[in-house]
Design a protein around this ligand. Sequence first.
Ligand SMILES: Nc1ncnc2c1ncn2[C@@H]1O[C@H](COP(=O)(O)OP(=O)(O)OP(=O)(O)O)[C@@H](O)[C@H]1O
Ligand SMILES: [Mg+2]
Length: 422
Amino acid sequence: MRRLKVAGNSLFVVEHDTQTMRQADWIVDVGPAAGEHGGRVLYSGPPDGLAGISTSRTAAYLFGAPERQQHAPREPAGWLRLAHVSRNNLHCVDAEIPLGCFTAVTGVSGSGKSSLISQALPDLLNRHLGRADDSDTDEERDPLFAVTDAPTEGRIAGGMETVRRLVRVDQKPIGRTPRSNLATYTGLFDHVRKLFAATPAARKRRYTAGRFSFNVAQGRCPTCEGEGFVSVELLFLPSVYAPCSACHGTRYRPQTLEITWQGRNIAEVLDLTVDAACDFFAKEAPAMRALTALRDIGLGYLRLGQPATELSGGEAQRIKLATELQRAQRGDTLYVLDEPTNGLHSADVDRLLVQLQALVDAGNTVVVVEHDMRVVAQADWVIDIGPGAGDEGGRIVACGPPAIIATSTASVTAAYLADELG
Ligand SMILES: Nc1ncnc2c1ncn2[C@@H]1O[C@H](COP(=O)(O)OP(=O)(O)OP(=O)(O)O)[C@@H](O)[C@H]1O
Ligand SMILES: [Mg+2]
C-alpha cells in the first residue's frame, strides 16, 4: 500500500485494524454507532486530531491505553484428541483441544487453520457421532469458497464423552433471498405470528398464523407476492426495483393489515428495531429470548424486517451466533468459529468476546480461528499452526496458554502476541 502511494496514487482504505489506521495520513471516522445511530462523519483529518473527538468509538481504541483484563487460563475439563489427521496441507497431524475452554487457533494465511478446525474437525466429529456431513449445499456458492470433497483422514481418539453437539458459525450470508430476515431466521417471527392469530379479530375471521407470513399466498400482497417491491424492466438498462404500488412496500394485503396486536399491525412490527421490539414484546417470554440475544450481541439497531440480502457480513455472522445463544445452554456443545471478528470494529469484537466467554463459563467449548491478537490474548489455550503457508505449514508449531506462545521462538505469531500482552 505504501508503494502505491509513493507511486503517486491516492489510497482509500476501509479498515477496522488499528495498526493499519495508525499508518494513515488522514482519517475519516463515521458513526458514532451503527445503523440509524450512525451515518455521520465525526472526524476528517490527520490521525492525531481524532484523539480529541469524544464521541468516536474508534478514538478509544486508537489512543486509549489498551485494557488488559488478563485472567488465569481455565483448567480443561478434558481433552478432545484428534489423531493422524490428513487433509489439504495437513499430514498425519495430532491435535488436542481442551474441553470447557476457549481456544484460539493461529498461524499465517494458508498455514492450515481452516483445514484443521473448520474442515477436518467437523468431518471427524460427524463421522464419530454417526451423522451425515452438516455442511450446507448451496449450489450458487462462490466457487472460490465452495468446499471440495477433499477427504479427511484421521480419527477422534478420545474426549467425546462430554461433547453432544457441534455448532459451526461462519460469515456466509444467511440465506440469499429477501424472503429471509432477522425475524424469520431467529424464529422470532413464528411467535409474533401466533400472537397475531390469537387476537379476537383474527379468530373471528379465522386467520391462522400462516396468514401473517409474507411467504404464504393468503395474507401477502398478490401484486409483489410479499416481496414489498417489484422489478421494473428498462430497455437497454439493468432492471430496477421499486416499492410495490399495491402494498406500498408493506408486503401484505390490506385485510391482513387490519389486524393489530397492542396497536400495531404485522408490517409495523417488522418495521421495529430490535431495541424497540424489546419494549413492545417485554411480556412475551418466547419472543424476548431471541430479542435479548440479538440486543446483547450489539444488533439492537437492526430492523426486524430487514432482508437478509441487505445485512453486512459481520451482522449476518452475529445473527447466527445470537440464534445459537438463545437456545437452552446445556454445556455440552463445541462451538467452532472461523475468523469470527472479520469485519468487526474493536468495540464489536469486545462484545463478541463477552458472549464467547459466557458460552465457556456455561461449560461449553469454544474454538476460534483468529488473526486478531486482542482475541488470542483472551484465550485459555492457543494452537499455532505453520510455520509457513501451504507445504511450508500444516504442522502444530506451538500450543499452550497465550503467555507461553508469546515466548515461542518457532512461532511467527509469538512476536505479535507478545506485543498485545505488553
Ligand atoms: N480443498 C482444498 N484442496 C487442496 N488444497 C487446499 C484446499 N483448501 C485449502 N487448501 C490448501 O491448504 C493450505 C491450508 O489452507 P487453509 O484454508 O487451511 O489455510 P488457513 O490457515 O485457514 O488460511 P487463512 O488464514 O488464509 O484462512 C493452503 O495452502 C491451501 O491452498
Ligand atoms: Mg482459513
